[in-house]
Structures are given as structure tokens and as C-alpha cells.
Design a protein around this ligand. Structure first.
Ligand SMILES: [Zn+2]
Length: 596
């Protein structure tokens, strides 16, 4: 096993006794029995915790072991970055890619040699609706000094589709974003080898490199062929060893562009991995582990968590209520995960608080979802994944600011302890909520976290990411996120970055008269409106009750998943909004802090 001798450092991760019993590896934990009283009685008094220590892993853990995936997520994501290299580090030929709009095809063809023109004619190549990669052989010459199959090529004509061309460059909203996203189709379609983009008037080198990098991603951790199975001694589901299938490498001239794209790619890959990992491996404990592993990579990052019944003692009652039906199950006790960064080195810099909804699986609770609606609910921690990706972008670029990341993590499970319709919960700030529907759980855990985010120090900006409502998807579809913010200047800035970054966010109104739809006769409010209208707006209005009024706040309701593959955005988990918000923060909070 390739990973057999790797030493992993576990930082204060918690595991239940069930995890211990099922763990066949040499992981050393110690058990601590809590005997003190708690508000729910003594029924849940046994917890185990691991202290920070080095452990050796004899073999890869099994798929049902909740303790491993965070570690593997952090490590595996680097593999895809091999699709990008600095030009200065590579000697030998690289194949030029010439990007051509369909309208330019005739003129481009006329500029080619007689041999190329004849070849194109004989093959009958004409521009199509979708982008085409046309591999032009090196006629009559021996292979060049490049690498891989690409050494037989003279050049690549990348003809963007007529459908893509129609979306730009004059589109009033997305501009040229879908044009440069097209380059995301290349790393997984070109033969192995080295490439440069030599001609492109409608995409910058950073946009091309970003699309290429994000398009190289696949989630391979659970893929198996019969070859794998034969080579594996047991039935463990372990990360695939082969690496990405593609080895088409883009050479990047500019060192700064290279560094920035690698940082962005790493952050996005981690977020995608967190979402794509099945819920069996990505419970609240595994999310915490991933956050701790991430923090270990960045100086000045500190992580803490409040787990299980301690949530009651520390006054996070709504996170506890949602997660209590899974309390005590292996790796699935609810928790509030907190990461802080910049508190020492950037003491006087603006503070940004980032909150991410982290429902690691959402059954809908006792008012259970129908099968089709539950199928993708491993993605209900997509808000947390986007928040983690954003946090890593900030830490990697060392923005002059302070960060608090809060992830209220819980399974919304069905069980005898599950909270019920008609129950009344009390949030951290004392407001009471009558449960109209147990599937509106995300806002309940977010409420406690939003209160905590504004305590002690006033943030310059508070952002929450959440896969919060089906109503948002009905309004926007799966590809566009919604943003709620009562400051029109901030909304304008975010919309601008959304367009530039091709990370689409569109405003919805925080229309306060709809607050009446949440009114309750026995509590401060209900957790959702009856009647099914304006669900995204009433969810935002519910959250507003837990945000300090003088704190600038943005609420992002996102899908967190590419329902279908698009160039640069493979089907599966997606950190929607993270890149747009990162550049927004860079511009508004760090460069021009007064405007925030
Ligand atoms: Zn739900």
C-alpha cells in the first residue's frame, strides 16, 4: 500500500466508542467518561476524545470509518494541480493552442499552410455548436522534443462553439465568462503533453489557467476497476492510486498567475472533495478533521469545537436540537467548528466572519423527504464547503484581515430523539422558534452560529453560505446562487465580481413585509412559512433576526452542486460563490475598507 507508512497527525479529533470498536487501524485514542449533569440528563454521558498525537496508519481505513476522509481530502486535492506548470520550469517543445471563434474560422483557415488547409478540407471540419478541439498533425516531420502523445502535433485549433459565442462578448450580465470557461474542456480531452495558449483575444491568461485547472478535477476516491479490486487485499474503499487520467499540462508564463491559480484550485478542490465524499464518510467529525488539517497548513490558524451535549452547556441549543437524533452515533455528534486566523498577525485589520451551513446529511427529519429529494442530500454541507474554500483562499493569499469561520455541523436524522413539528426551540439569543417543518433545519443551526459570529467583536462583514432552500433553485436554477444583502453598494460590488469571476450570484430582495408569513401564536416566529411562496426570502428573513443590526451581512443561498457538467465545472460538488466572495472581500474589505 502506497500510504502504508504515512504518519498522520490527528489534532484533538473526537470519536465515539462505536468508531473505536470499528476501527481496525492502529489509531490510539483514550476514553473519558463524563459524569457531570447536563440539561438533557445523564443519558448521553459517554464521550471519547483523542488528543493531539502522531499515529501511524498500517492500511487505509474502511469506507465506514468516519475518521479518515478529511485527511485524505486535504492530501488528494494536490494531484490535479499537476495540470499546470510554470513555463520557466519546462524545457522542450509545447504545443500551441490557438483559440478561434466560429466567426473567425474561415479567416483562420486561410492563414494556415497549404497542407493544413487541405487536411481541414478533406476532413470536412466545420464549426459546431459546442467547442471542438482539432488536433493538427506535424505533417512530414518527426516528432518534436515535447512530451507524451502531443509531441506528434503541430498545433491545436480550439474552436469555441457557436452556442458559447452567442453568449458573449456583449452579454449584459455574464460578459465573456462562458468564453473563458470553455478552456475548462481541454485538460480532459487533449492528449498527454505540454501546451501553451498562443492566441486568444477574449480571455486573460489567468482566466484560461483557472478554467483549465478547475476542469482537470475529477473525484476518484471511490472509483474501482477490476484491476484495482484484484490488487487490493481487502474490500476497503481507499483513494485511487492512479491520479487523474489526463496529463495535458498547461504551461503558464506569468509566475503570479501560476501562484494565484494554484491557490484557488487547491481551495476549490478541497471544497468539491468535501461535498462529493459520501455522507457515510463525511459526518460532522470528518468535517472537523478536514478543517483541522487545513489549519495545520497555515500559520496563525486555530481550530476549536464544541461537541455533543457541550453545545447545551455552551448555549448553542438549536444546533444541538437539530443534531441530537444522531448524537452518539459514530462520528456524527453535532458540533460547532470554529477556525480563527489573523488574530495575532493582523490585530488591527478588518474582521470577516464566515458561516457555512453544515448539515452533513439531510433526511428532512421526522417530516422526511421523498426519495428523489433526498438523493443528493450529502451536498447539504455545500455551504460549509464553500465557506472552507473561501477561508483557504484568504489564508493562502495572506490577506490583511482577520477571519472567523463558523460551521454549525449536524446530521438531520430520523430517530427517537429527533425534534418534532410543533416543538419550540430557544436560540442562542433567546428568541423562540416554533417548528413548522423539520426539513427547515439549516436556518436553525445557522441562527446560533450567526449570533456567535457577532459576539465580542463587531465584524466588518458577516457572510453566510447555505444550501438553504428549494425555492432558491426554483427561482434561479442550479447554476446561479442568490445573495441577500440590505446594502445596495455591497450588492453592486458582489455582482461585479460574480460576472468577472464567472461565479454567478444574483440578488433577491430582503422584503421585510413577508416576515408576517413566519408569525407564530406561541413563539417569536416559526421556522418556515406555510403556503410555499417566497421560501428563499422568508428563510433570509428568519436568519436576519439573529444578525446584529449594525453588522454588514450577506446571505448566500446556493445549490452547492453542478447538476450537469459544464466546462471547468464537472458534475458534482461545487463551491458556489466562494471565488466571487473572495475577490469581493479583496476589493471591498481589504483594499477599500471604508466603503464597507
Ligand atoms: Zn432540510
Amino acid at each position: 500500500m502506497a500510504f502504508a507508512s504515512l504518519a498522520l497527525l490527528l489534532h484533538g479529533a473526537c470519536a465515539t466508542s462505536r468508531a473505536l470498536a470499528s476501527n481496525r487501524r492502529r489509531l490510539c485514542f483514550h476514553a473519558r467518561v463524563r459524569t457531570g449533569p447536563n440539561r438533557r440528563g445523564a443519558a448521553r454521558s459517554t464521550r471519547t476524545c483523542a488528543t493531539s498525537r502522531s499515529v501511524s496508519v498500517a492500511a487505509l481505513p474502511s469506507a465506514s470509518d468516519p475518521t479518515w476522509m478529511g485527511v485524505e481530502c486535504v492530501r488528494q486535492r494536490d494531484r490535479f494541480l499537476s495540470c499546470l506548470q510554470k513555463k520557466e520550469q519546462h524545457s522542450g517543445d509545447a504545443v500551441p493552442i490557438e483559440a478561434v471563434l466560429p466567426a473567425q474560422w474561415a479567416a483562420w483557415t486561410a492563414r494556415q499552410s497549404q497542407a493544413v488547409q487541405q487536411w481541414i478540407r478533406e476532413l470536412g471540419i466545420v464549426p459546431k455548436e459546442t467547442p471542438q478541439t482539432i488536433l493538427i498533425p506535424d505533417f512530414g516531420r518527426h516528432a518534436n522534443s515535447g512530451q507524451g502523445a502531443a509531441r506528434m502535433l503541430q498545433k491545436v485549433a480550439f474552436v469555441l462553439g457557436t452556442a458559447v459565442e452567442a453568449a458573449s462578448p456583449d452579454d449584459p450580465w455574464i460578459g465573456n465568462a462562458e468564453l473563458w470557461w470553455s478552456f475548462g474542456a481541454l485538460p480532459r480531452t487533449l492528449p498527454s503533453g505540454m501546451y501553451t495558449v498562443s492566441q486568444c483575444e477574449f480571455a486573460n491568461p489567468d482566466q484560461i489557467a483557472l478554467a483549465w485547472t478547475l476542469g482537470a478535477y475529477t473525484f476518484t476516491a471511490f472509483q474501482r476497476t477490476s484491476k484495482h479490486a484484484a490488487a487490493t487485499e481487502n474490500t476497503d474503499v481507499s483513494p485511487a492510486q492512479d491520479g487523474p487520467q489526463q496529463a495535458a499540462v498547461l504551461l503558464v508564463q506569468d509566475g503570479d498567475v501560476f501562484e494565484k491559480v494554484v491557490q484557488t484550485g487547491k481551495a476549490c478542490f478541497l471544497g468539491r472533495d468535501l461535498i462529493n465524499t459520501p455522507a457515510q464518510n463525511m459526518g460532522p467529525e470528518a468535517v472537523e478533521k478536514a478543517v483541522r488539517e487545513l489549519a495545520a497548513e497555515y500559520e496563525g490558524a486555530r481550530v476549536s469545537s464544541i461537541v455533543g451535549d457541550d453545545l447545551l452547556e455552551e448555549n448553542y441549543p438549536q444546533i444541538h436540537a437539530v443534531g441530537r437524533s444522531a448524537l452518539g452515533f459514530s462520528g456524527r455528534s453535532p458540533r460547532l467548528i470554529r477556525l480563527e486566523w489573523g488574530m495575532d498577525q493582523n490585530k488591527d485589520a478588518p474582521l470577516v466572519a464566515i458561516v457555512g451551513k453544515c448539515i452533513t446529511f439531510d433526511t428532512g427529519g421526522l417530516q422526511i423527504k421523498p426519495a428523489a429529494s433526498m438523493r443528493l442530500m450529502k451536498k447539504d454541507m455545500g455551504g460549509a464547503a464553500a465557506a472552507v474554500a473561501l477561508t483557504e483562499m484568504i489564508l493562502a493569499t495572506k490577506l490583511k484581515m482577520r477571519v472567523i469561520l463558523l460551521l454549525p455541523a449536524a446530521d438531520n436524522a430520523v430517530g427517537p430523539d429527533a425534534y418534532r413539528p410543533g416543538d419550540v426551540l430557544t436560540a442562542r439569543n433567546g428568541l423562540t422558534t416554533e417548528i413548522e417543518h423539520t426539513d427547515a433545519e439549516g436556518r436553525l443551526v445557522l441562527a446560533d452560529a450567526l449570533v456567535a459570529a457577532c459576539e465580542h467583536v463587531k465584524p466588518a462583514l458577516l457572510i453566510d453560505f447555505a444550501t438553504l432552500t428549494g425555492a432558491q433553485r426554483v427561482a434561479m436554477g442550479s447554476e446561479i446562487g442568490s445573495v441577500f444583502c440590505s446594502d445596495p453598494t455591497l450588492l453592486d460590488q458582489l455582482e461585479k465580481q460574480s460576472r468577472i469571476q464567472g461565479d454567478y450570484m444574483w440578488p433577491l430582495p430582503m422584503y421585510t413585509p413577508y416576515k408576517g408569513m413566519l408569525s407564530s401564536t406561541i413563539a417569536t416566529m416559526k421556522n418556515c412559512a406555510t403556503g410555499g411562496l417566497a421560501g428563499a426570502i422568508t428563510a433570509a428573513l428568519y436568519l436576519k433576526a439573529f444578525v446584529r443590526p449594525d453588522v454588514p451581512w450577506m446571505h448566500l443561498d446556493i445549490n452547492g452542486f453542478n447538476n450537469t457538467a459544464r466546462h471547468g465545472r464537472p458534475e458534482g460538488g461545487e463551491v458556489m460563490g466562494a471565488r466571487a466572495i473572495f475577490h469581493f472581500i479583496e476589493e471591498v474589505v481589504v483594499r477599500h475598507p471604508k466603503s464597507s
